[in-house]
Write a protein that binds this ligand. Structure first.
Ligand code: URA
Length: 222
């Protein structure tokens, strides 16, 4: 089965899963190219996303999409989704049990797409991959993380470049500048990941030594 059909099947499976929370709102599965190299993962859909059943279409989404185009990329060539795929009421933060419930589906979605680099937007998404990372400290750094296999196949290695959530960037100039600076690093990070040409293979200087897990390793790029 090709990637597009596999994603369609996964979406249908999710739509029919009566055990998933937040079923009062629409399923926002994600959109873009299944053959993308770059996968953006946000937190959860908001009001606009719920209405249109598309991820990142509100104000924060416009900012994200503008930056993608600024790199000379097309929105259709990347893939955009969220950890939690239905809108929490009043746009509240997703609950740990909601993230947990949607996790197996996200894992399978990532496995199907198999991107070169994953960009978690904001701390919820970042902590899905890097449980001990801190968004203000670690955004803009390139990490290597192991993804457990969702379907019993081989575990995959991912490169993760966390960014501020675009909604955070909208809150002030400083955050906006940081968001833009990190975005501008993306093509170079992608090239390095694709070529395997790192200045230094792996290092983990930023993660708390006490809590460090082997998979929280930073590939020193910048
Ligand atoms: N914020 C998110 O995290 N995801 C969306 O799809 C929209 C806003």
């Amino acid at each position: 089965m090709d990637k597009k059909s596999e994603l369609k099947k996964l979406e249908e499976e999710m739509a029919g899963d009566i055990n998933l929370p937040l079923r009062g709102s629409n399923l926002v599965f994600g959109e873009g190219s299944p053959d993308c190299e770059v996968l953006f993962i946000g937190e959860a859909p908001g009001m606009n996303e719920d209405r249109e059943r598309r991820p990142f279409v509100g104000r924060a989404g416009q900012l994200l999409r503008k930056h993608i185009r600024t790199l000379g990329w097309k929105e259709e060539d990347v893939y955009i989704t969220n950890i939690v795929k239905r809108r929490p009421p009043e746009n509240r933060d997703p609950l740990p049990e909601e993230i947990e419930s949607y996790k197996p589906y996200l894992a399978r979605q990532i496995e199907i797409i198999a991107p070169k680099i994953i960009i978690p937007l904001g701390r919820f998404s970042m902590n899905y991959f890097l449980p001990f990372a801190k968004i203000t400290r670690d955004q803009g750094k390139l990490f290597s993380a192991k993804g457990g296999s969702a379907s019993g196949g081989k575990a995959t290695n991912y490169y993760i470049l966390p960014m501020l959530h675009p909604a955070a960037a909208l809150r002030g100039n400083e955050m906006m500048n940081t968001f833009a600076e990190t975005f501008a690093k993306l093509p170079k990070a992608l090239e390095k990941v694709k070529s395997g040409n790192f200045d230094e293979s792996v290092a983990s200087p930023q993660i708390s030594q006490k809590q460090k897990r082997p998979e929280d390793v930073q590939a020193k790029l910048f």
